[in-house]
Structure formats: C-alpha cells, structure tokens
Design a protein around this ligand. Structure first.
Ligand code: SF4
Ligand code: SF4
Length: 356
C-alpha cells in the first residue's frame, strides 16, 4: 500500500470552523477519557490487521531486471491533533513503536506525524524522532486556524523551522499531496493548510466546513479523483493506493468518509476487505475516481447520480457535489451491499481475522 491515513483519536485542542469532521474538537474529563480509551484499545488490533508489508510496486519505475520497483509506503498518523495530552503518550507513541516493530524486517515504512504545529516542543520532537518519525507534516498553516491568520503564523513558522534545523529535519522536496515521497530520506518536514491554492482549498463539504457554509466545492472539485479521495483505494499493491482509518478501526476508501465504512480493522485484515470489493462495479467506479458511475449496474445512470448530488446548504443555497450523490447511493443501495459482503467474509472459513 502506498499510503494509509490513520486518525488515532478525535481529540483536538481546537474547534476550527472549517474542520471536515465535527468530531474533531476539545474534550474534557470523562469525554476526553472516552475518546482516548477508544483509540487506545483499538490501535494494536488495527496495526496487526494492516498489510504484512507496507510497500508497493511502482509500475513507472523499473529495476535492472525490468521489474517494477518495490517502494516504501507511508502511514500518516493524524487526529484531531495527535500531540494533545494524553493522546500523544497513550496512543501515538505506542502506535509508532508497534508500527516500527511490525515493518522493521518487512521492507520498512515511512511514518508521518500530522499535527497543527502549535503543540510541537523540543522534547516532543525528540520523542518522535526516537520512535522513527520520517516526516512531521504541519497542517495548520492557514487563515482558518485562530491565531495563525495571515502574518500571525510567521513567528510559529520561524520557531518550527529553527527546531527542525537543530535536529537535522530538512524541508521535504515535495509538497502534499504527491506520489514519489518514497524516494526521499527522512527526517523531513512539510507545511500546508486549507489555502486557496492547495488541493483542499475549496474545503470538503463535510463536518463543520459544511455546517458553517464554508465549503465552496462544486462538481468540478472531484475530490474522489485524487489523493485523499477514493482513487486507487483497491490497488493495494501498487502506487497511488490509499485508505483512511478511524480511531475504532472503521476503514474508508477516502478521507472524506463514504457514508458506510468498508469494514473494521479490529475484526478483519485490510487486504481481505479490499480484495472482497475488487471487481464490484460500484467500488471499481470509486477506485477509478468516477463516483458518478458507481450506480450504473443498479439502475442509477449518471444523470440520476447528478440529481441525487444536489443538496441545500446551511445558507439556503442549492449546492451540487459528487460526494452527496455517493452518500445518497450508499443510503439507498450500497450500505446493504457492504453489510452483506462483510457478513459473507466473516462467515467464510479461512478469512484472516486478528480478532478471531
Ligand atoms: S482543522 Fe485540524 S486543528 Fe482544527 S479542529 Fe480540525 S483537526 Fe483540529
Ligand atoms: S465520492 Fe464517495 S468515495 Fe469518493 S471521495 Fe466522496 S465520499 Fe469518498
């Protein structure tokens, strides 16, 4: 697999108005303990059910024998903010150690720690490096993050660059979202945010971004057909493959989250779930980055899909987006298909399942 986006916990120290999931927010006392325990109890099983090797074959890069090169894939550990206490000590650190152990003798893995930026300290950076961090991805560099608007972010950027330089963490030669990171040696850093020129600049029509009427996404913004979307999610042996995982192990073809998870990694191996979906026309359409074609075999022509993709936004305007059609198709058709496939997998003898 080239990339896995793993949300370790819903806890965050911020409640940004543009956030793509309203579960990312501050939690206190029992509520904080509850979201921490959710991720803490799940990570070991989830990691055990990830692919045996986190490598992928790049068909465009050939070795001396003319075979596709095997490259090292990435696991992005994200929140919320994974540096929030006690997510950092009770989930992030042990998860990094478990991932490093699992892939040390299996071709390796690139661990990316994604964080807003303002919680980074020298001690935390040292802890992350000691646990094999390949990249720190600073994701809060935009005007939506309170206190980081415009030039207000510059002191933080300068401070972080100084911390990184003192530890030999170089600026990545690439900028998210890209393929080909496997070729770069760490430790490196990258900084991005929800800025107009970024691939997420239109804001996903999800979570608080949608509820606050901030997403400007239209049909032209086919997020499915790129990184973070459903593109290539089934192609787990090859370049471009990516899935996202929630703290409880639910797995999705995209970071935007389809309306039903494909399965749960506390119960089943990721590869078994993906292989059971390969060849199914709806999932193949998502895999091709063309969600409008997911219902063709079920009586949903593309015009029907586009009609179902219209939704009234909180400002009272009609807004069209392919992810809404995907949501509707899941509600009306695909969620039942997913549930049936899952029941079939679990009932079949010989299906690998860590939970047994
Ligand atoms: S955008 Fe990032 S920092 Fe802001 S609430 Fe969401 S996860 Fe937290
Ligand atoms: S169309 Fe569906 S599968 Fe594709 S990115 Fe949107 S929610 Fe995910």
């Amino acid at each position: 697999m080239e990339s896995i986006y793993y949300v370790l916990s819903w806890a965050c120290h911020r409640k940004c108005k543009h956030c793509y999931d309203d579960r990312f927010r501050p939690y206190v006392r029992d509520a904080l303990e509850s979201v921490v325990v959710e991720g803490e109890q799940a990570y070991a099983r989830i990691i055990a059910n990830l692919p045996e090797r986190m490598t992928y074959r790049d068909l465009d890069a050939r070795n001396a024998q003319g075979e596709p090169e095997e490259k090292i894939g990435r696991i992005v550990l994200s929140g919320g903010d994974v540096l929030v206490d006690p997510v950092r000590t009770r989930i992030l650190y042990p998860a990094m150690e478990a991932i490093t152990r699992k892939y040390r003798d299996q071709g390796g893995v690139r661990i990316i720690v994604q964080t807003t930026g303002d919680l980074v300290t020298p001690e935390i950076l040292d802890d992350l490096l000691a646990r094999g961090m390949w990249m720190i991805s600073i994701s809060g560099m935009d005007d939506y993050h309170v206190g980081l608007e415009g030039d207000k972010k510059l002191p933080l950027v300068a401070h972080l660059k100084d911390l990184f330089a003192r530890r030999g963490i170089r600026k990545s030669g690439y900028h998210a979202p890209v393929m080909g990171w496997a070729d770069e040696e760490g430790p490196v850093y990258d900084m991005f945010g929800a800025n107009g020129e970024e691939w997420i600049g239109a804001l996903w029509p999800r979570g608080r971004s949608w509820l606050n009427g901030l997403s400007k996404a239209t049909f032209s913004d086919n997020f499915c057909n790129g990184w973070s979307g459903g593109l290539h999610f089934l192609d787990h042996g090859h370049a471009g493959s990516e899935v996202s995982i929630e703290p409880n192990g639910d797995v999705y073809p995209c970071c935007l989250k389809s309306a039903s998870p494909l399965g749960n990694l506390q119960q089943e191996a990721l590869v078994d779930i993906l292989d059971s979906l390969a060849g199914h026309p709806a999932f193949e359409a998502i895999n091709m980055g063309h969600p409008e074609r997911m219902g063709l075999s079920f009586g949903w022509d593309t015009e029907t899909f586009y009609e179902k993709s219209m939704r009234e936004n909180p400002k009272g305007e009609i807004q069209g987006h392919l992810c809404f059609g995907c949501d509707a198709f899941h509600r009306e058709v695909l969620s039942k298909v997913i549930a049936d496939l899952r029941a079939q997998r679990l009932s079949e003898k010989g299906v690998r399942s860590y939970a047994g």
